[in-house]
Design a protein around this ligand. Structure first.
Ligand code: DI6
Ligand code: FE
Length: 403
């Protein structure tokens, strides 16, 4: 205990920790924070005497959860795809959009043409929306550069976010997102001449926390992803994978073979893939924003994930093409309404399991020793966080012990 010890009382705790009680619920609780960590938490009538004489902060009976975590975003990118959105709604096919320069390549062009300052200036308002919804950790991917310099620039901007906003950023290298136009028809050459050298350079500069790929018929085959993941393993970096989003070519199984932190999207995941993920401890990251935007009809196999005990996370997948969704709270609602996840599964998907999907062990639940990343909500029951659409009940946000 030191002079900067804070005692919060008159609150209800949704700790999201392992518990026989839904949400890890503690009614009429208290939480003690010293520096940036949780010193004590529990029912207020069990508050240790050592804290009783300290000034108390009354939270008015509000609900306190772990700070929310968005474990899958493409927050850093140039340009937008609004015109493409309009073209499609005016009847243009994907092919016509692509021929008009739409799709990922249009974002690649805009990102390559943007400076670090441009990219940061465009990213910060998106980060501000996350912060306003009680988010304390986000993951940010590269993947719109597809050349060495721009991939590095994207990751430098992702790292720089922490210097401009009170939020924690975990970076992911996604050079294997698509093959750029200059390598059309030469996927393997792109991987050898650009993607893998960019990964090595980014790692050498300390810019990468994990490595990702897009395993899909329109992107890279499992064997190609494996080449990138082998380099990630050599560099001591964990992996994660966009898998089974539009079809099943065995991405989740490959991810599990590499003990991936997560397999993401997984609309077309089958039971063999679920079993492989369960065996490897790979988290299923559910991305309803892309499912909704693409008007996909195949939902992820939530019941199979439950049956085999695969942890489920929920994330926005914020990206300008298939998921221009900046709201993690709306994503919780979509996880419930579209995929029938329960409100508790949804909240756990943006706290405890989102932390697991990022390999983080010091956030995601409220427990002694964890970072004091917390969100204080004007709600009576934690289910309200997934229930409401377009209403943000955040009262206050505590990041590393600081409000
Ligand atoms: N899956 C997606 O839905 C996005 N990337 C990926 O791997 C698409 C990104 C874009 O359309 O800009
Ligand atoms: Fe994505």
């Amino acid at each position: 205990m030191t002079q900067d010890t804070q005692v919060f009382v008159n609150l209800n705790l949704a700790t999201m920790g392992e518990s026989d009680v839904a949400y890890g619920w503690i009614e009429d609780g208290a939480i003690v924070v010293t520096g940036g960590a949780i010193d004590w938490l529990g029912p207020v009538n069990e508050l240790p005497n050592t804290y009783k004489d300290l000034p108390h902060t009354d939270l008015g009976g509000r609900v306190v959860t772990p700070g929310l975590i968005d474990c899958h975003t493409h927050t850093v990118h140039g340009g937008d795809r609004a015109v493409e959105f309009e073209m499609r709604l005016n009847g243009a096919s994907y092919e016509e959009v692509a021929r008009a320069g739409g799709g990922i390549i249009s974002t690649v062009k805009a990102t390559r043409g943007a400076t670090e300052d441009d990219l940061l200036a465009a990213a910060l308002p998106r980060v501000d929306v996350f912060i306003a919804e009680g988010v304390t950790t986000i993951e940010v991917k590269s993947g719109y550069g597809l050349d060495v310099e721009t991939e590095l620039r994207m990751l430098r901007v992702a790292r720089a976010i922490e210097d401009h906003r009170p939020i924690r950023v975990k970076t992911t290298f996604l050079g294997a997102h698509a093959t750029p136009a200059e390598f059309a028809g030469r996927d393997d050459a792109y991987l050898d001449e650009v993607c893998i050298p960019a990964l090595r350079a980014a790692h050498a500069e300390g810019l990468v926390d994990a490595v990702d790929g897009f395993c899909e018929g329109i992107a890279f085959q499992p064997a190609q992803i494996a080449r990138v993941f082998n380099v990630a393993q050599q560099l001591g970096l964990p992996v994660k994978l966009h898998a089974e989003q539009l079809s099943n070519i065995g991405g989740a199984k490959l991810a599990a073979q590499f003990d991936a932190l997560s397999a993401d999207h997984i609309e077309y995941l089958d039971e063999d893939g679920v079993k492989a993920m369960a065996q490897a401890g790979t988290v299923a990251v559910i991305l309803p924003g892309a499912y909704y935007t693409l008007r996909e009809t195949q939902a992820p196999p939530i019941d199979l994930l439950r049956k085999h005990g695969v942890p489920m996370a929920l994330a926005t997948d914020l990206n300008p093409g298939t998921a221009p969704i900046n709201s993690l709270l709306l994503t919780l609602n979509m996880g419930c309404t579209l995929f029938r996840m329960t409100p508790e599964e949804a909240l756990r998907g943006a706290t405890q399991n989102a932390a697991r999907a990022l390999g983080l062990t010091d956030v995601g639940t409220l427990a002694v020793g964890m970072r004091a990343d917390m969100a204080v909500w004007d709600i009576k029951h934690p289910a309200e966080l997934a229930y409401r659409i377009g209403f943000n009940p955040l009262h206050s946000r505590i990041f590393g012990g600081t409000s």
